[in-house]
Design a protein around this ligand. Structure first.
Ligand code: ZN
Length: 313
């Protein structure tokens, strides 16, 4: 499957997902307003945040796919990180709004939900269509081997859980008439919205801070390869960072003091080739060469001594 074909399938699947979610969100928010049900309104807002995420991912994906240019020599991948950060703040805001309104509803007087049947039907439609959408996204993600789409599909399981809890809650209200169950479910939904928001906030923060504990395998591989190649000693000050799907490496190593620049260059080039062969996500390695036993004080970066302290996955 070529690049253009893959891009086409991915865009089509994202558009279908946005369209279905938009329809669901509009229906749920509308029904929420006419029936006074906080729970279905909150569920509708939760779906709306998914649309926002999908649209931002789609737009940011187009920007981040652009090749590097003279003004952006590292490429444009951070566009996705910026999008995630912005979306996370909007989601946190939506979650807080739902939470506060539900608490107010609980404290204030009893609110009767009108036409509970409508709410029940919409909640049922929501669960079924979200389940179909989840299966569809998962199969597309697996077909074109897109981690982003698979992650999006797996994320939908949370939405199915949210919509199911709304469905069950509304069914109980339908049969028993316990009015305060509605804001209680809405509070539960607001926690789910806040959870997504904070997760996205932390994830994008880690990317901006170039935190990379999950790259422990990469660090291990670099140290191991360095030890396997003759003449190379003491790989240190290794720093790996993620730039979108790419990984960039900066590091120091030691070579014999009397080696010519040409020999040193050949050894480094061979070393780089080995590492990139093992990890095709690594797009660039910058190596600083020092003579054996170089006694400069270097306190940060990963080396064979401190790697054990790295809490990788
Ligand atoms: Zn050094």
């Amino acid at each position: 499957m070529d690049y253009i074909e893959r891009e086409k399938i991915s865009t089509k699947s994202s558009l279908i997902s946005i369209f279905v979610n938009a329809l669901l969100a509009l229906l749920k928010i509308f029904i929420g307003f006419i029936t006074n049900s906080m729970a279905i309104l909150a569920d509708g807002l939760d779906t709306a945040t998914d649309i926002l995420t999908s649209i931002m991912t789609l737009i940011a994906g187009k920007i981040s796919n652009k090749p590097p240019d003279i003004e952006h020599p590292y490429g444009h991948e951070r566009a996705e990180t910026i999008a995630t950060k912005v979306v996370s703040l909007i989601i946190i805001y939506a979650g807080l709004e739902v939470f506060i309104s539900s608490i107010q509803r609980l404290i204030k007087n009893k609110v009767i939900i009108e036409n509970t049947t409508y709410v029940l039907i919409i909640a049922l439609i929501s669960v079924i269509s979200k389940f179909i959408l989840y299966k569809y996204r998962l199969s597309v993600g697996r077909k074109i081997k897109s981690n982003a789409i698979i992650a999006d599909a797996l994320n939908m399981r949370n939405d199915i859980l949210t919509s199911s809890s709304v469905l069950i809650g509304i069914a109980i209200i339908y049969f028993t008439g316990i009015w305060w169950l509605d804001p209680i479910i809405a509070i539960f939904v607001s926690f789910m919205i806040l959870k997504t928001g904070f997760e996205q906030f932390l994830e994008s923060s880690n990317e901006f801070m170039e935190s990379s504990p999950e790259l422990k395998d990469i660090y291990n591989c670099i140290i191991e390869e360095a030890n396997n190649i003759s003449y190379i000693k003491n790989p240190h000050k290794i720093r790996a960072r993620k730039f979108g799907y790419k990984i960039l490496i900066d590091m120091h190593l030691e070579l014999p003091p009397n080696m010519t620049v040409e020999e040193a260059n050949n050894i480094c080039a061979n070393f780089e080739k080995h590492i990139i062969e093992k990890n095709n996500q690594i797009k660039d390695i910058v190596i600083h060469v020092e003579p054996y036993g170089n006694a400069e004080k270097e306190e940060f970066g990963i080396n064979s001594n401190n790697i054990i302290n790295l809490k990788g996955e």
